[in-house]
Design a protein around this ligand. Structure first.
Ligand code: TRP
Length: 336
C-alpha cells in the first residue's frame, strides 16, 4: 500500500518572520520527518500572485521561502518540494472543480467575506472594491492543490480549517457526479498548542502590522530589532509581570522548560529590561545560528535550489497526472 499523503503549501508573500517560523514552519518540518507518510510541500506562488504583482519579487519570496524550509530541516530527499506554478495540472483541475462548486460556497469563504466587511466599514462605493477573482476563488485553487495529489492530511493553521471543509465539499460533489471515489477526502491537521507570537508592538506578529522579526536577518539587525520590542516603564529591581511581557512570550516559545522557568524567576526578581532583551537576543541567536548558515549557503547557490524545485515538480506532476487521467476519462470520456 502506498503511504498516505500529507501535503501543505505556504504563500510566498514576504520574508519568513518569527511568527511564521514558530506558528507554521516548525510544526510542519517536524511532521515532515515522520516517515509513515509521503510528504508534499509546495510554494503557493500563484496564490501569492493575488497580491504580489512584481515578478522579481514573487520569484525572490518563493526562493527565500524554499530555502527557509530546507534550512529549518525540511529534507528534499524525503519529501516532494515544489513550486505550485510548475505543476500545470493544478490549474487545469481548478477549472474543472469550479464547474462542481456552488458559487454560494465561495461567497461564504472567510477571506472574501472579511474583505467585503472591511469595505463596508470603510463606506466603500462597492463591497467588492479591491477584490480580484483570484481572491474570490482562492479556496478553489487550494482544493485543486490538495485533491490533485490525493492528499489525506493537510497540516494548516486554524484559520485554514474552513478551506479544508470547502475542499471536502467539492471532492464529494465530483465523486457523487460520477459515482466514483476519484478524490480522497482530506482532513486538516491542526495543532492546538501553537502559540500566537506577538510582534515588536505586542499585536500578533504579522507582515501587515509591520511588527515582525525576520528569521534570517543578520545578527546585528536581529539585535537591533530585539531592542525595539515594547516594554513598560518598570525599573531594574522592580518585579515584572512575565505574562504581560512580549519579551517573555517570545522567549517561552523557543526556550526549554528550564530556561523558561529561570527567566520567569528573573522577572519576579526584577530583571532590568536591557538585561532581559540581551537574554532574548542570546537565545534567538543561538537558535538561529545553524539555520542561518544553511540558509546563506542555499541562497548563494540558486542553481542547486532551482534544480531541487525542478526535481520536485517532476515528481509532483507524476502524481498529478495519474489523478488527471481519471478526471479526463470521467469528464470527457478520454481513454488515454
Ligand atoms: N492558504 C494557505 C495559507 O495561506 C496556503 C495554501 C495554499 C495551502 N494552498 C494550500 C495550504 C494547500 C495547505 C494546502 O496558509
Amino acid at each position: 500500500m502506498a503511504k498516505p499523503i500529507i501535503l501543505t503549501g505556504i504563500k510566498p508573500t514576504g520574508s519568513l518572520h518569527l511568527g511564521n517560523l514558530l506558528g507554521a514552519v516548525k510544526p510542519v518540518v517536524s511532521l515532515s520527518q515522520n516517515r509513515q507518510n509521503q510528504g508534499f510541500y509546495f510554494l503557493a506562488d500563484y496564490h501569492a500572485l493575488i497580491t504580489v504583482k512584481n515578478g522579481q519579487e514573487l520569484n525572490r519570496y518563493t526562493m527565500e521561502m524554499a530555502a527557509s524550509w530546507i534550512a529549518l530541516g525540511l529534507d528534499p530527499d524525503n519529501v516532494v518540494l515544489y513550486r505550485q506554478s510548475d505543476v500545470p495540472e493544478i490549474f487545469e483541475l481548478a477549472w474543472i472543480l469550479g464547474c462542481f462548486t456552488p458559487k454560494g460556497l465561495m461567497n461564504r469563504a472567510h477571506a472574501y467575506k472579511a474583505k467585503r466587511q472591511h469595505n463596508e466599514s470603510r463606506g466603500e462605493r462597492t463591497l467588492d472594491a479591491g477584490i480580484n477573482m483570484g481572491l474570490f476563488t482562492y479556496p478553489l485553487l487550494m482544493a485543486a492543490d490538495i485533491l490533485v495529489m490525493q492528499t489525506r492530511w493537510v497540516p494548516v493553521g486554524r484559520d485554514q480549517g474552513q478551506h479544508i471543509e470547502i475542499t471536502r465539499h467539492i471532492a464529494q460533489a465530483f465523486n457523487h457526479a460520477y459515482n466514483a471515489q476519484v478524490f480522497v477526502l482530506p482532513e486538516a491537521l491542526t495543532e492546538d498548542t501553537v502559540a500566537v507570537i506577538p510582534g515588536l508592538d505586542g499585536q500578533k506578529m504579522s507582515k501587515s502590522y509591520g511588527n515582525t522579526i525576520p528569521v534570517f536577518a543578520t545578527r546585528d539587525a536581529l539585535r537591533a530589532l530585539i531592542f525595539r520590542i515594547a516594554t513598560d516603564s518598570t525599573k531594574p529591581g522592580e518585579t515584572k509581570d512575565p505574562d504581560n511581557s512580549i519579551l517573555f512570550q517570545i522567549f517561552r516559545a523557543i526556550a526549554t522548560k528550564e530556561e523558561t522557568d529561570r527567566f520567569y524567576q528573573q522577572f519576579v526578581e526584577g530583571i532590568g529590561w536591557q538585561d532581559a532583551k540581551e537574554q532574548l537576543f542570546d537565545l534567538l541567536d543561538r537558535y538561529l545560528t545553524g539555520p542561518r548558515q544553511i540558509y546563506q549557503e542555499i541562497m548563494h547557490d540558486p542553481t542547486t535550489l532551482r534544480r531541487i524545485l525542478e526535481q520536485g515538480a517532476t515528481k509532483a506532476r507524476d502524481q498529478a497526472q495519474s489523478t488527471m487521467k481519471v478526471v479526463h476519462r470521467l469528464t470527457k470520456n478520454q481513454l488515454v
